[in-house]
Design a protein around this ligand. Structure first.
Ligand code: ADP
Ligand code: GLC
Length: 476
């Protein structure tokens, strides 16, 4: 049986800030279903949320620091999770990466370097856990030093590094490198050094045996200057070892037929019940209960997500017969501008600043149209959840959005393959035009229903993508 150690900084439902947690919480389960012995390793933050028991397993010493390894399971599954418990580094409340102001936490480099060192000890079966993995599957910059450190081991497991987002690289000054006391050979332009800085992500990109990212289109995009952030050269150089594998979803958790967080359950054959969720959503947000299209957004409020484009469109959007509901948190300037507009248009727009898992489900169920005008989107999960809930997505043609949503043009409408609306240019003009295009189709009930049903009937479970990961592991 193949043994995989899955290294991640977040996993739903233990802790989540975004899609990485969704993937880390569901892909390992899918792999276990394919007959893999997969175990997760992640930090033990204060905010870890579980009712599963947590046991002490061992204490490992690295770089003059002790960390305990605790064992638990991904809630509701048999998948084992090892939690790296080092209170000095991880025992703080709230978000793992940023403080209440949204500013990166001060000692992230020290914390994730320790985490990587412990993951390496476990990978080398020096964690007193009596388990030797064949493959170490790392995710994003927080685990980037793992392939780098493992490259120095004489006999080591194979390594895979998955890029969920090139925009977050774990870049730190040279002084941080000096402080971390990492092996000197790693500091070179073909190693973790990047223009005189320490780059955690480069540890993964330069040293992992295979690199993957979360959609085929993003795999191509990151080899260009617009998306590669200076690492496009390295990525094109490693082209033969770089694959795009589209994310799947946890199809049990995101299922309108069984979802406990929504007001009325439905599937594609009982779509008329979806409007009861819309009424619940309108009531919950003190919006008039009115059968006009409800537009929704659930998002981190950051540049990536095209929130500025939404802000530019809102004044015109709100003159049209529609309502707008948003759930999100992130950059303060976006939070403030959105709150300001919501005060001016209380009958048309409602926003919730914060993080609310249950509300996210109700929004997917109650809205008619989901907006995702991302400037870039490695994969994106909400356009998939939306399709599953018969909520038609409007997306920009980038990354996984381009790979997943089929634009409603005459041809795709007539052959019933369309699942949403896609636009090219990252401008508010292009977004507004597409919103109007969607409203026209929305006014044609049969065409709209076909769009909803086509999206709902697609298989977005991990079945296919887990097989692609299996094929990749087999090559190693
Ligand atoms: P990213 O990882 O870039 O944030 P994804 O679309 O891959 O984007 O995943 C985002 C995930 O986080 C989705 O599951 C989405 O529902 C969830 N999410 C984002 N913001 C919130 C929020 N404010 N409250 C609840 N869930 C949220
Ligand atoms: C990142 C990306 C998002 C992707 C998620 C999971 O946070 O921004 O597009 O869906 O990771 O892979």
């Amino acid at each position: 049986m193949k043994k995989i150690l899955f290294v991640t900084s977040e996993a739903h439902p233990l802790i989540k800030t975004g899609g990485l947690a969704d993937v880390s919480g569901s892909l390992p389960q899918a792999l276990a279903g394919q007959g893999v012995d997969v175990r997760l390793i992640m930090p033990k933050y204060q905010a870890i949320n579980t009712t599963e028991e947590i046991y002490y397993k061992s204490t490992v010493r690295v770089n003059n620091a002790d960390a305990n390894i605790l064992e638990t399971r991904l809630p509701g599954t048999q998948v084992l999770v090892w939690l790296v418990d080092c209170p000095e580094f991880f025992d703080f409340p709230g978000n793992p990466y940023v403080d209440e102001q949204g500013i990166a936490r001060a000692n992230s480099a020290e914390r994730f370097a320790l985490f990587c060192r412990i993951a390496v000890e476990v990978a080398m079966n020096r964690g007193y856990l009596d388990w030797t993995p064949d493959i170490i599957h790392c995710n994003d910059w927080q685990s980037g030093l793992v392939p780098a450190l493992l490259s120095l081991e004489a006999s080591r497991p194979a390594t895979v590094f998955t890029i969920h987002n090139m925009a977050y690289q774990g870049l730190f000054p040279k002084a941080t490198w000096d402080l971390l006391n990492l092996p000197r050979p790693l500091w070179n332009p073909d190693g973790v050094e990047f223009n005189g800085l320490l780059s955690f992500i480069k540890g993964g990109l330069a040293y992992a045996d295979r690199i993957t990212t979360v959609s085929p289109t993003y795999a191509r995009e990151i080899q260009t200057a617009d998306f590669g952030y200076g690492l496009e050269g390295l990525l094109s150089h490693r082209y033969d070892n770089l694959t795009g594998i589209i994310n799947g979803i946890d199809a049990d958790q995101w299922n309108p037929e069984t979802d406990p967080n929504i007001s009325e359950r439905y599937d594609f054959s009982t779509l008329n019940k979806k409007k009861l969720n819309k009424i619940a959503l309108q009531n919950q947000h003190s919006l008039p209960v009115d059968n006009i299209p409800v537009f929704a957004i659930i998002s981190r409020l950051v540049e990536q997500k095209g929130i500025d484009l939404i802000l530019e469109c809102l004044p015109e959007m709100l003159t049209l017969p529609l309502q707008f509901v948003l759930l999100g948190s992130g950059e303060k300037r976006f939070e403030q501008q959105l709150s300001h507009l919501a005060e001016i248009y209380p009958d048309k727009m409602a926003i919730t600043i914060g993080y609310d898992e249950a509300l996210a489900h109700l929004l997917e169920a109650g809205a008619d149209i989901f907006l995702m005008p991302s400037r870039f989107e490695p994969c994106g999960l909400n356009q998939i959840y939306s399709q599953r809930y018969g909520t038609v997505p409007i997306v920009r043609k980038t990354g996984g959005l381009a790979d997943i949503v089929v634009d409603a043009i005459p041809e795709t409408l007539s052959n019933s393959t369309a699942t949403g609306f896609v636009f090219n240019e990252a401008t508010s003009g292009a977004l507004m035009e597409t919103i109007k295009r969607a409203l026209i189709v929305h006014s044609q009930p049969d065409a709209w229903k076909q769009l909803q049903v086509s999206g709902m009937q697609k298989d977005y479970s991990w079945n296919n993508s887990a097989k692609e990961y299996m094929a990749l592991y087999d090559q190693l």
